[in-house]
Design a protein around this ligand. Sequence first.
Ligand code: PRP
Ligand code: URA
Length: 215
Amino acid sequence: LTRRKLTMSKVTEIKHPLILHKLAYIRSKDTGSKYFRELVEEVSMLMAYEVTRDLETEEVEVETPICKTKCQMLAGKKIAIVPILRAGLGMVDGILNLIPAAKVGHIGLYRDEETLQPVEYFCKLPQDIAERDIIVVDPMLATGGSAADAISLLKKRAKKIRLMCLISSPEGVKLVQEKHPDVDIYLASIDEKLNEKGYIVPGLGDAGDRLFGTK
Ligand code: PRP
Ligand code: URA
């Protein structure tokens, strides 16, 4: 009898009251692009607090006006934020507010509307990506195809990857967990299901179009 240790990624649904409140406005069809963009940025900043919870710190000595003391600072681990274009762009500034030293890579993928399969059209990553912890961001995790492909692409060059999305379907979470059991997933909400067009229900509609006013 051989025993195999099955490791499964951690899935964290961040149910903070401020996030829940802002998410209600984000979901509403009556919220226009300007306010939608601001809210996506704010929720991303709040989520970044949780996503970075396990970053390592190290002891440093600081001199206060009163005396010397020991404090903790981030232990030199470098971060890269990688938005999946287009909609992931809306989450970048919120995270940069908290981690201004992070570098930003871009992966361009769009879902073919017929097949729902992701098609890659752009990839530009920081030169030192292999030395960085990566946070992949995309507001929507629907079938999970786009996120799973983006992560596969990054794995050729990087080690520690986290995925951060606003809203997912149960199917999207399952696919990413199956394909990338080593990637922890952070979400503001796991919604009910996907509809026949691959949209998340209740979701928020098309994130890219709502952010950039393209429909
Ligand atoms: C949306 C969204 C994700 C993808 C999710 O992007 O931002 O990237 O769909 O779907 P999936 O989990 O089924 O792959 P879209 O392809 O519409 O491109 P856009 O951001 O350029 O509008
Ligand atoms: N992409 C979106 O923008 N919204 C969905 O609900 C699914 C995929």
